[in-house]
Ligand binder design. Structure first.
Ligand code: NDP
Length: 329
């Protein structure tokens, strides 16, 4: 048996190239469950894995794809039987283990969760790592005390995958959401997802930096990092909360301690990759109950394996609006 996969290889000069190839099943990595993949997702990290950014992939040839959903076709696990629908996100699959840009994947059963009730495999990849991480961030903010009555919640990188789903989830949960985006052309789509206010990234960054700025946000979900996150921290209200998810704008944090020691601000790190299974199951359940996938449909683009190398460049350039999902067959 063989399957189609996007195989990424490294040339002698260090550059990565990817091509669609037919792969024999015997080359699948170790694992106790084999999955026929219906859909995979495209995430910022996939852009890095396909282009060599961040040095995330060490062994070549490699099959990238940090998330996928599909149907179990072989199982040596008592947790999953042939025919079960499953979802995988994280656990460094697509980085250190072959991932979702293929018709078939073999993985450890402990990395899989059952497809949440009410979602199709396509729905699950519209959500993908992006949506799961947005939900985990909302969960953590609420565990730290956030309630809709606390005030406005800011989401940065709002037109991207994590950002747009964070906007939609927060709005459905009754929060007053402000969406910060560098792409004013997506303002209407963000309002349709439930954002009450649109903040223009260029205008936001044009104001000079101070350790404390006018206090506005009860909480924030940040996908960008860098100077933008430092500025968000300076604008958070007393006892406010900031969840840091991403680094689309940089990994540095040119901030001061002043917001923490004068306003009691809390900075919460969010990692979806190694998140324990019970928390994933709870987050997926809450997504299935909360996220209006039909209303999000206009922000979904479907591509095939052949289009992934170009799409990887677009996501790293901050040009993807919403979610790109990948059909490997
Ligand atoms: P996307 O590319 O879909 O979204 C990122 C968004 O950030 C862009 O759409 C853009 O939004 C904004 N952005 C991009 N470049 C810049 C820049 N130079 N300066 C300021 N803003 C910028 O990526 P994802 O949604 O997949 O991921 C977002 C981030 O979250 C990434 O850094 C990713 O690595 C991280 N992540 C972390 C996870 C975790 O477990 N901690 C899990 C998933 C993702 P706009 O145009 O609206 O401003």
């Amino acid at each position: 048996m063989s399957f189609r996969a996007l195989v990424t290889d490294k040339a002698a000069d260090g550059t990565l190239t990817s091509s669609v190839q037919q792969i024999d099943d015997a080359r699948l990595p170790d694992g106790d469950v084999t999955v026929d993949i219906d859909w995979a997702g495209l995430n910022y990290k996939d852009g890095l894995c396909l282009t060599g950014g961040g040095g995330l992939v060490r062994n070549f040839p490699h099959v990238a794809g940090v998330d996928f959903a599909g149907t179990v076709c072989e199982s040596a696990s008592d947790r999953f039987a042939v025919g079960d629908k499953v979802v995988l996100t994280g656990w460094r699959v697509g980085e250190t283990h072959w991932g979702g840009y293929a018709q078939r994947a073999r993985v450890k059963s402990e990395w899989l969760v059952p497809l949440p009730k009410g979602l199709s495999t396509r729905d699950a990849m519209i959500v993908g790592t992006a949506g799961l991480t947005a939900m985990l961030a909302v969960d953590r903010l609420e565990q730290a005390g956030l309630k809709p009555t606390n005030g406005e919640v800011l989401v940065t990188g709002a037109a991207g995958g994590v950002g747009s789903i964070a906007v939609a989830l927060l709005a459905r949960l009754g929060y007053d959401v402000a969406a910060l985006s560098g792409r004013p052309q997506h303002a209407e789509a963000l309002k349709a997802l439930g954002a009450k206010t649109i903040i223009d990234r260029t205008e936001f960054l044009a104001q000079s930096d101070k350790p404390l700025e006018a206090a506005r946000w009860a909480a924030a979900i940040d996908n960008v990092g860098g100077r933008l996150l430092a500025k968000v921290l300076a604008q958070v209200k007393y006892d406010g909360l900031v969840a840091t998810i991403g680094m689309a704008g940089g990994t540095d944090l040119p901030a001061t301690v002043i917001p923490f020691i004068l306003r009691g601000v809390t900075l919460i790190g969010i990692d979806s990759v190694m998140r324990p299974t019970e928390q994933r199951l709870a987050a997926w359940q809450r997504i299935a109950e909360t996220f209006d996938i039909a209303a999000y449909g206009g922000l979904v683009e479907e591509i095939g394996l052949e289009q992934l190398p170009d799409a990887a460049q677009h996501i790293l350039a901050g040009e993807v609006n919403g979610r790109i999902i990948v059909r490997p067959s």
